[in-house]
Structures are given as C-alpha cells and as structure tokens.
Design a protein around this ligand. Structure first.
Ligand code: FES
Length: 340
C-alpha cells in the first residue's frame, strides 16, 4: 500500500513526521504513530482539527474512492479528520507543540458535587476528581474542554470547562439539555455523589499572548463557559487588557450565571459586559442581535481587538465574517464551534 510522507509544523516550529496512506485520514494516521493531534467530533462538523496544507495535494473526504483533489485555494485549509493525502504533504498546525499528545489522554473518575438548573434546560455541573495516579489536581489551560462518558453507554460528550486549573480537582461546566442529548437526559436523574468517567483536558481554544490588544469574547449560550474560564484566569493573573464580553442568547430567561460575570467585573476593572438577547419581546435593557451589536461597536473601535468566539457554527461564521470585514486579521479570531 502506498504511504505518503507527512511533515507537520507546529506554530512554534517543532516538526512532526508520520506516514499516511491514501485511504486514512491525516488525524488517524498521526494517531497510529502515537501522535495525538487536537480534535473533537471527528466527523467534520466542529473544526477543531483545522490545519493548513503548505505543499501537496489532499482529497476532501476519508473514503478511499474519493480521488478528487481539492482546488489549490480550498486545499489550503483542511480538516485533518476528513482529509486524505494524494501526495507527500507539508502541513502547518495552528497550535504549539505543547498541545500535541504522545500518550493516551488521561481518563479519570470524578464525583458530582453540585448540580443546579441555572436557566430553562441549562445545568451548572460541578465535579470533583477522585484521587488517582495523577493525584487529585485539575490541571488545564483556560478554554480547554473535557469529555464525559454518558453513564450506561459508550458515548463520550465534550464540554468546555468554565473554571480554572486548581489543586482541589474541581471541574465546572454549563450544559444545555438538548432534545436528543444523551448526557442532558442523564442529568435529569443524576444525583450528588454519582461517579462519572472524564477524559482530558483537550482542545486548543486558549488565550493567546499578542501584547496588550483589547480582547473581545463572544459566547453563544453555553459557549460562554470557556470564556468565563479565560476571564477568571485573566483576573487571577491580574492581566490588564481592555476586555469586553458579548453574551448572546435568544430569550432573557436564557441568561445565566450573571452573578459570576458581575464578580468578574469587580475583579477586572477593564471588563465591559454586553448581554445580547435576540428575541425582540424580551430585549429590555439588553442589546439585540449580537452580530449587529458587534458591527456597530467595531465601527467605532479605536484598534482592532483580538476576538474569541464560542458557539454554534452559524454564530462563529457570522462573527468571523463581520469582524474580518472590519479589519480584524483572521489569525486573531480564535474560535470553538459546538459539534452538530
Ligand atoms: S475533529 Fe475534525 S472537524 Fe471536528
């Protein structure tokens, strides 16, 4: 079987090399060599495995029968979980070497210590790691996520952490119950003390050090969770960036954890919070559609901000289109999309 040589450069210039056949995804081929690159859904919907092809040709989808090479322009950005090679490749990875793992992601046990409904169909879940070979600390970068095994199934679900690294082993999440959602359904009957299997930390949606640029955080509903984690880290580290949060929901009743945002406003004097409620009947004191609100604010922003956005693919694309139209460089828009 023909195998192509794949050379991947991390953002900090480290080199990774692995072979890949024409009928396996680049992500799977790397993993076969114990190079575990950041990913999430593995079905092409979340964008967590996006990379750039510098030289060489890829096909868009994993099946071996798909021989159509992408156009030169389209081939620049690829999803590693979907792309298969048609030649040797040089790839640029949009994260540093520290985000690549060379051993299985740690799997641990954690106990439910708090479970509260904070908005209709939205839970605030707090877990405590059980002491094991890794100790009991919860170590992760602000903005990363964990996977949780849905009890009684073999299905893992990914949720962003909303707290920060800590010695006590505390993991906090906000989780929306979706109509067909397995984990949300489990939470309806979950009890304090239940033990869950968790895997992580995972993900590369983390704060970037670009000097003292303003940071604008845009979160759609539970997409606010990793942004709260980043804000908490900024508050703990005393970071002085001008910072703004856009918390976008459909109805006013969907706004949650406002006391947490208020607490952060006390700790980060440069923090401004904008709640964007899109349903006209419930807008009240809040802004309207988050994209229109951003549009107006960017028109008068003295310098283009670094933008961090987390939410549905539609929200992320809408924000990306609007902020780049206002001159924010694409490489300074950091995002995480919900899987669909
Ligand atoms: S892991 Fe490739 S798109 Fe989600």
């Amino acid at each position: 079987m023909t195998e192509f040589a794949i050379t991947a450069y991390t953002r900090d210039g480290q080199v990774l090399s692995f072979p890949c056949s024409r009928d396996e995804s680049l992500l799977a081929a790397a993993q076969r060599q114990d190079i575990i690159l950041p990913s999430q859904c593995r079905n092409g919907s979340c964008g967590a495995c996006t990379a750039q092809v510098r030289t060489g040709t890829v096909a868009a989808n994993a099946p071996a029968t798909d021989d159509r090479p992408l156009s030169k322009a389209a081939a620049r950005n690829v999803l590693l979980c979907q792309a298969t090679p048609r030649s040797a490749l040089i790839i640029d990875l949009p994260y540093d070497h520290t985000f690549v793992r060379f051993e299985p992601v740690p799997e641990r046990l954690a106990e439910i210590t708090a479970l509260d409904v904070v908005a209709p169909g939205t839970y605030h879940l707090r877990l405590s790691l059980v002491r094991d070979a890794y100790g009991c600390a919860a170590e992760f970068e602000a903005g990363q996520y964990m996977e949780i095994l849905v009890p009684g199934t073999t299905q893992w679900r990914a949720y962003s952490l909303m707290n920060i690294t800590n010695w006590e082993g505390c993991l906090e999440f906000v989780i929306a119950r979706r109509p067909e959602g397995l984990f949300g359904r489990y939470l309806e009957t979950a009890s304090l003390g239940d033990r869950l299997r968790v895997k992580g930390p995972l993900g590369v949606f983390t704060l970037q050090e670009n000097g003292l640029h303003p940071r604008w955080f845009i979160g759609g509903h539970t997409g606010i969770a990793p942004l709260l984690s980043m804000l908490r880290r900024m508050a703990d580290w005393g970071e002085g960036h001008p910072v703004r949060v856009y918390f976008a929901v459909h109805d006013e009743q969907d706004l949650f954890l406002m006391d947490t945002l208020e607490d952060l406003r006390q700790r980060l004097p440069a923090l401004e919070v904008k709640t964007c409620v899109s349903a006209p009947a419930t807008r009240g004191a809040h802004q309207g559609n988050v994209i229109d609100t951003l549009d107006a604010d960017l028109a008068t922003a003295p310098v283009p901000p670094d933008c961090y956005v987390c939410g549905s693919p539609r929200l992320v694309q809408g924000v990306m289109d609007r902020v780049t139209a206002h001159g924010v460089p694409r490489e300074r828009v950091y995002f995480e999309r919900f899987s669909v």
